[in-house]
Design a protein around this ligand. Sequence first.
Ligand SMILES: C[S@@+](CC[C@H](N)C(=O)[O-])C[C@H]1O[C@@H](n2cnc3c(N)ncnc32)[C@H](O)[C@@H]1O
Length: 387
Amino acid sequence: MSPGLPVPAAEARAVSDALRSKLYRRIEQSGGCLPFDSFMATALYEPGLGYYSNGLMPFGEQGDFVTAPESGRLFGRCLARSIASVLEQQQQGVVMELGAGSGALALDLLGELKRLGVLPQRYYILERSAAMRALQQRRLSGEPEFRQRIEWLDTLPEDPISGVVFGNEVADALPVKRFRWQNGRISELGVARQNKQLSVCERCGDAVEKPVQQLARIGRWEGDYQSEYCPTLPAWINSLTDVLAQGLLLLIDYGYGRAEYYHPQRSMGTLMCHYRHHAHDDPLWSPGLQDITAFVDFTAIAEAATASGMQLEGFTSQARFLLACGIDQLMAETDTADTRQFLQLSNEAKRLLLPGEMGERFKVIGFSRELPEDVTGFAAADLRSRL
Ligand SMILES: C[S@@+](CC[C@H](N)C(=O)[O-])C[C@H]1O[C@@H](n2cnc3c(N)ncnc32)[C@H](O)[C@@H]1O
């Protein structure tokens, strides 16, 4: 039960009921206990029904959460400065955005890249959800100059590209496995059906045994410990680095290096759910109507990327990254006579930078291949020792 959450409208409840019926079938097919990563994939991405696929708008004030680009244009303008520092080193570099949400970030980025005189030849968007893609196409259709450069992709391009591949809050949306470690006894958590409801089940930890044993050694856990890990993260990173012949891979998300992620004090894991700006920890509540995410293990990202020959460009907090990209200069250029606009901008900057908001929780990691010059955004004193 999740008391205190707003009651969904009838139309939304019908979508959730249909998804729940689908989940019951999958639970039955899996022998009664559906692994959590399969549950999460269905809850988020089941065509027509999942959270990102059912067309109920998740973003913004009316939605469930506000991402950095949804809170204003500063984030996109700063990120554009980092991307520009790569495009300036290349001839005809392209940009590929992963999971473009409402399309707001693409719009801000292209606007700023134009101002900086480095519009890319092509702007690819790789989006998993058809409903999100439709939303992006509607949003960007009013911008003919940019629209003709944008191409939506179903899969990664076959031919290698030069340029920048990036994603904001995409890695946290990859389905995770959940496990419980009780004094060395490992079980995998899944989802069952009990008394006409979804409930948590445990099964023997064959699928998670080996990775969890390794994490337990790093974490030095005692007693009862619960957490999650993302089994597809290394392969996802490999697929991105494989396609990048020259340039930068940049990922922004909430997360930690591995030692912090699996710290003994984080004994209830990192899984989080969002519904109408309420954060809570019950992933079984109204499937399809709420976002389900887990923090990102940035060490896993770094291991996969460097193993495929990429060079770690930097790992830093969002606050430090945005400052290195000149967020303070962008603020200083703003007309202070327009009090309303200035207030809005200050609130946005606070949200992006303050440690209690997004400034420290969110991290930025960058990997380069064959780039002669440094990339804007990564100062020498970064957090790479915490990877
Ligand atoms: C939390 S939203 C972030 C949206 C946007 N980047 C922003 O910052 O506002 C996650 C987005 O990633 C998409 N997504 C999730 N997994 C993906 C994947 N493997 N490849 C591409 N897009 C993905 C979702 O459909 C959704 O559009």
